[in-house]
Design a protein around this ligand. Structure first.
Ligand SMILES: [Cu+2]
Length: 460
C-alpha cells in the first residue's frame, strides 16, 4: 500500500511540475509565480526524488516476506540497517514535503492580510529551493543510536542544523512583511501567526535533537514526540487551517463564520500547547514513547493530565471547525470574487470558479496582478470554446507558445487507476497478484493511450 500511494503521489507530482512549467497564464514569468505555486513546484520535485526510496524499500520488504528474498535478513547476509537508510532517505524529505506547501500558504496569507507584497520574494523562493536540497542530506539524524560511525554522525548533525537557516530566512521574511504592512486581523492570518509561534518552538527543539549527545539522551522519549508535533502540527496543520479559511470562499462561494473561526483558532492554539508542551518535560524526565500506560509514582501524572485536557480542547476545536463548515455551506454569507482584497489571480475569477477557471485567460501584469492592474483587465483571446483548448507558454517568461487541445473526458484513466489499485491490494496477499494484475493494467493503459481521431481539427 505504501508503494501504491507513492506511485499515486509521483503521478500528481509530474502533473504539477508540467502544469506549473508549461500552462501558466501569459505574462506570469517565473519571478511572478505566486509563492504557493513555487512551494508546490519545489515539493513536487522532492516527491520525484524521495518517493522511489520508500517504494524500493517497501517492495524489498514484501519480497522478503512473500517470495523469500533476503534483503533485510541478517542470517542470510542481508542488512537490517539498509531498511532504515532507505526509509529515512524518503522519511526526512517527507517532513519537508509536508511542510513546504504549508509555508507557501503562509506566504500568500501573510501578504494578503499585511496588504503588501511578500517581503524578500527572491529570498523566500531561494529558501524553498535550498530547503529541498538540504532535506536530502539529513536522513541519518534519525539513526544516531544505531551505532553508525561518529564522523558520519557529526556530518549529519551539521547538515541538520544548516537546514534551520532557510527556514529562518522565511520566518524573518514573514515577520518583515507584517512589520511593513497594514495588518488586518482575520482568521486565516491568526492561524499563520499561531504557526510562526509554534513552529519556532519546534525548530528550537529540532536544533537540540540534531546534536548527537542530546539525541542519544532523549531518544525514544516524549521529548521527540513533543518536537515533531511542534514542527508538523505547527508547521502543517496550523497553516492548513489558515488556508482552508482563506480559500473556502473561493472554492465554495460561501464565507466561513469569522466568530467561529476565532474560537476555532484559540481552542486549537491553547489545546495544542497544553497537549504537547508538557511532553518536553516528560521526555526529559525519562518517559518513553510508544507506551500506553506507566506505573504510578514516577512523577509523570500531572503533565499527562494536562496533555489529556489539551487533547480534548483540540478535539473541540476541530469539531467546531466541522460545524462551521457545514453551517457556512448552508447559510454562510455569500462570497464576492475577492473577499480579502488579495492580489493574486485566483481572486480574479468568480467564487466558485467557472468550470475552466476563466472564460478568457487574463494577461498577468505583475506578481500581484490584482493590485497592479490599471484600468481594464487585459485578456488573451482566440482559444476555442467548443473543445478543451489551452494556451501553452514558455517556461521562464510565460510568453505564449502554442495552443493545445486537452483530451475529452474519458473513463480509461479511472479504469487504469482501479486496475492498479487491484494489483497493489492483491500483492499484500499473494505475489501472483503482480503478474496476473498486470494484465488488466496493461489493457486499461492501452485503452487510455489508443490513438484517437480528433473530432474536428481547427481550420488552419
Ligand atoms: Cu529528519
Amino acid at each position: 500500500m505504501i508503494t501504491f500511494t507513492e506511485v499515486s503521489s509521483l503521478a500528481v507530482a509530474v502533473q504539477l511540475i508540467v502544469t506549473i512549467f508549461k500552462l501558466r497564464a501569459p505574462g506570469m514569468s517565473l519571478n511572478r509565480l505566486p509563492v504557493f505555486a513555487w512551494s508546490q513546484l519545489v515539493t513536487s520535485f522532492m516527491v520525484v526524488f524521495a518517493m522511489p526510496g520508500v517504494m524500493i524499500v517497501s517492495s524489498a520488504l514484501i519480497s522478503d516476506r512473500l517470495v523469500t528474498t533476503h534483503f533485510f535478513d541478517t542470517n542470510a547476509g542481508g542488512d537490517a540497517l539498509l531498511f532504515q537508510h532507505l526509509f529515512w532517505f524518503f522519511g526526512h524529505p517527507e517532513v519537508y514535503i509536508i511542510f513546504l506547501p504549508a509555508t507557501g500558504m503562509v506566504s500568500m496569507i501573510v501578504a494578503t492580510f499585511a496588504r503588501r507584497p511578500i517581503f524578500g520574494y527572491p529570498a523566500v523562493v531561494t529558501s524553498l529551493v535550498a530547503t529541498a536540497f538540504l532535506a536530502f542530506g539529513l536522513w541519518v539524524h534519525h539513526m544516531f543510536v544505531t551505532g553508525i560511525a561518529q564522523l558520519g554522525a557529526s556530518f549529519f548533525t551539521a547538515a541538520s542544523m544548516m537546514v534551520a537557516i532557510p527556514s529562518g530566512v522565511q520566518i524573518f521574511c514573514w515577520i518583515a512583511t507584517l512589520w511593513e504592512g497594514r495588518i488586518v486581523y482575520r482568521t486565516p492570518l491568526l492561524f499563520c501567526l499561531g504557526f510562526i509561534v509554534v513552529f519556532v518552538i519546534g525548530g528550537l527543539s529540532g536544533v537540540m535533537v540534531a546534536s548527537v549527545p542530546i539525541d542519544t539522551q532523549v531518544h525514544d522519549t516524549y521529548f521527540v514526540v513533543a518536537h515533531f508535533h511542534y514542527v508538523l502540527i505547527g508547521g502543517a496543520v496550523f497553516p492548513l487551517f489558515g488556508g482552508l479559511y482563506y480559500w473556502f470562499p473561493k472554492i465554495t462561494g460561501r464565507m466561513l463564520s469569522e466568530r467561529a473561526g476565532r474560537w476555532n483558532f484559540w481552542l486549537l492554539f491553547v489545546g495544542f500547547n497544553l497537549t504537547f508542551f508538557p511532553m518536553h518535560w516528560l521526555g526529559l524526565a525519562g518517559m518513553p514513547r510508544r507506551v500506553y500506560t506507566y506505573p504510578a509514582g514516577l512523577g509523570w501524572g500531572d503533565a499527562n493530565l494536562l496533555a489529556t485536557i489539551g487533547a480534548f480542547l483540540i478535539g473541540v476545536s476541530v469539531l467546531l471547525f466541522l460545524v462551521n463548515v457545514l453551517m457556512s455551506l448552508r447559510q454562510g454569507e455569500t462570497a464576492p470574487d475577492n473577499p480579502w482584497h488579495a492580489g493574486t489571480l485566483e481572486w480574479a475569477t468568480s467564487s466558485p470558479p467557472f468550470v475552466c477557471n476563466f472564460p478568457e485567460i487574463p494577461i498577468v501584469p505583475g506578481p500581484e496582478p490584482l493590485w497592479e492592474e490599471r484600468g481594464e483587465r487585459k485578456l488573451a483571446y482566440g482559444l476555442r470554446g467548443d473543445v478543451r483548448e489551452v494556451l501553452v507558454t514558455h517556461l521562464v517568461d510565460a510568453t505564449p507558445d502554442h495552443r493545445y487541445t486537452f483530451p475529452d473526458p474519458s473513463i480509461w484513466p479511472l479504469l487504469a487507476a482501479l486496475a492498479t489499485t487491484a494489483l497493489f491490494i492483491g500483492s499484500i496477499f499473494t505475489p501472483w497478484a503482480i503478474p496476473i494484475g498486470a494484465v488488466p493494467v496493461a489493457v486499461t493503459l492501452i485503452g487510455w493511450f489508443w490513438p484517437k481521431t480528433p473530432a474536428d481539427e481547427p481550420e488552419a
